[in-house]
Design a protein around this ligand. Structure first.
Ligand SMILES: Nc1ncnc2c1ncn2[C@@H]1O[C@H](COP(=O)(O)OP(=O)(O)OP(=O)(O)O)[C@@H](O)[C@H]1O
Length: 238
């Protein structure tokens, strides 16, 4: 399995306090990798560091062996790193179709955009049924699908990063979102997901890393984390 993304010894901060201290991680193609851990421990910051959104950081980020940590966010996006942030950042007054087309504005031509649109609508049939509706009329789950779908309109996709894709959704909708994630992974995409809950991501991820106070304190297969009372008690408060 080829390694798509490697981060090495990343430290980052917003102000005086370090938020990440020397974290390293790799993400393989055709696999789902998860970062889990309690709120406020640096999970989102980790994704932001990969996307080039952390001006105060050190360490190395490589995509397919090439360093990208000195590139601007838009250059990193053009290399194929898709970052779907937490919350549903959709344009509420625009239709589902137009929201998706916004995701394809950097594409080289219309044929690529048409191809991507068909891919997204196959992945999320609900969006096909609602193409001409405004985003404001969608349910929470449909809005989440639209946010992910907009990211997937990009011409180049090397790594998909999702920040808490299940947040605030009903279990049935979470299952649908994770089914789409599984399909994307089977198509060969490397996927990195931040989730607070280990249970939510355990069946999908091949590998999890547990972030606590800005450091990875454990990495391994999800079953190992679920089976460890000591890890769960110490770091997850369960
Ligand atoms: N823009 C910012 N400016 C200053 N501090 C920030 C900023 N964003 C996050 N922080 C702080 O950095 C720390 C890590 O936040 P981060 O969002 O990465 O954690 P998280 O594990 O993803 O938690 P959550 O799931 O709640 O987003 C927190 O203490 C947070 O308050």
């Amino acid at each position: 399995m080829s390694t798509q993304l490697e981060i090495e010894d990343i430290s980052a901060n917003y102000g005086r306090e370090p938020v990440l201290t020397g974290v390293s991680l790799s993400v393989d193609a055709a696999q789902v990798t998860g970062i889990v851990g309690p709120n406020g421990n640096g999970k989102t910051t980790c994704l932001r560091a990969i996307s080039g959104l952390m001006p105060r950081m050190s360490g190395v980020v490589r995509l397919n062996g090439e360093r990208i940590d000195r590139l601007a966010p838009e250059q990193i996006a053009r290399r194929g790193i898709i970052h779907v942030p937490q919350g549903d950042l959709v344009y509420k007054k625009m239709t589902v179709r137009d929201n998706l087309l916004v995701g394809g504005t950097m594409n080289p031509n219309r044929a690529v955009t048409a191809d991507r649109l068909e891919h997204v609508l196959t992945l999320f049939p609900r969006l096909r049924e609602r193409l001409t509706q405004t985003a404001s009329s969608l349910s929470g789950g449909e809005r989440r699908m639209l946010g992910i779908g907009r990211g997937l309109m990009a011409a180049k996709m090397q790594l998909l990063m999702l920040d808490e894709p299940s947040l605030g959704l009903a279990p049935l909708v979470i299952d649908q979102i994770y089914e789409a994630i599984n399909n994307l992974s089977q198509e060969g995409l490397a996927i990195l997901i931040v989730e607070e809950s280990v249970e939510r991501i355990a069946a999908t991820a091949r590998h999890l890393s547990l972030l606590s106070h800005g450091e990875f304190v454990w990495s391994g297969p999800p079953a190992e984390l679920l089976a460890s009372d000591a890890l769960a008690e110490t770091y997850l408060g369960v």
